[in-house]
Design a binder for this molecule. Sequence first.
Ligand code: ADP
Length: 447
Amino acid sequence: MFNKVLIANRGEIALRVLRACKELGIATVAVHSTADSEAMHVRLADESVCIGPPPARDSYLNIHEILAACEITGADAIHPGYGFLSENAKFAEILEAHDIVFIGPSAEHIRIMGDKIEAKNTARRLGIPVVPGSEGAVTDEDTARGIAEEIGYPVLIKAASGGGGRGMKVARSQADLGEALHTARSEAKAAFGDDAVYIEKYLGQPRHIEIQVMGDGKGGGVHLGDRDCSLQRRHQKILEEANSPALNGEERKRMGDICANAVRELGYAGAGTVEFLYENGEFYFIEMNTRLQVEHPVTEMITGIDLVNEQLRVASGGGLSFTQEDVTFSGHAIECRINAEHPETFVPSPGRISYYHPPGGLGVRVDSGVYQGYSIPPHYDSLIGKLIVHGRNRVECLMRLRRALDEYVVDGINTTLPLFRELVSNTDIQDGHYNIHWLEHYLAQKA
Ligand code: ADP
């Protein structure tokens, strides 16, 4: 096992990784921007290094500074968390050249899955069902029209290098296609520095269901069941649950086995998520994330397996501590992403937390880096914490979630807590009847 791990991230995920390291007796190094010197993970780490000014490109994305921090502190490995450098193949390669372990999959696997066109082709090859669409990048309108006619309108134009729900354009008919293609390409170029786009069938009412996988890097691999992340706003997940209320045991096992097989065939190392859209009983692969996900705790709650601990084991060459047969699902878990945003307008609300009281009790977990008196800096995304609740079944889980939401107090800033208090009492949510558009419709009706 490693002696010292540098955590190249901030906020709740930096703390999450730090906790797993501490339990394994691994020393921790926090790196932080000047805006984050008072952050909880910086306070709790064994050592900390300031790596630059607030803008992420000068600090959390500054590979040179992070490497220097690693050399100064003598860390043997880096955990990238999610976001920032977690899916940067070049970063993984640079670390390898410096004999520092990247806690994640190989640079090659990151690169394949980071290019959504290549990822889809790889998925196809591995027997994973994909959304019908173009097999490569589409540059001209004639080709686009041919493909759109073949798969049928509406179609979605997506950026090959896309992420975070950005760079997608719907064309409802041939009349929209030219403009959608043009806008998608220029937006992709501006956002990702790459104007490659591809076309796929736009699914009308799907759910977003994903499978958690882990590979030992030696040809072994398992799945840890599914998560339903259909409650989204602007393609960003808001609430996640495990298992999906939409799947039966047979579907769950079939898709889990397909994904675990793919992991074994790839020789994949560490944690990954295979994302699908699910409509009318069919699964359609959309992408694979080669890192820990924000919503990983719901899987941990129903399996009892610490995913970060397993990432550390695999990266240090120790393999997984469990086999597929050891994985059992117990009860139900739901996660709410608490953002520092106005609950109706979603305008970010940085600033000082004047009073803070997180909920507790049986089955309640709060993953957050904030505390009373802490000032949320305006420079980063607005996630300030995750409330994760476990119950023996979905009904108990929802009852407990409502209680925990009522107990949660964050004063001094706006948060999305009031939105979750509404959602938990909504009959569609209680019945599990929602798809990826449900929340947008709900919010539009309220406005
Ligand atoms: P990103 O990497 O930007 O998150 P994804 O491919 O994972 O992009 O898609 C994000 C979200 O966009 C999905 O969860 C879903 O809500 C929507 N989406 C993506 N592809 C399609 C599609 N073919 N049809 C309908 N919605 C889609």
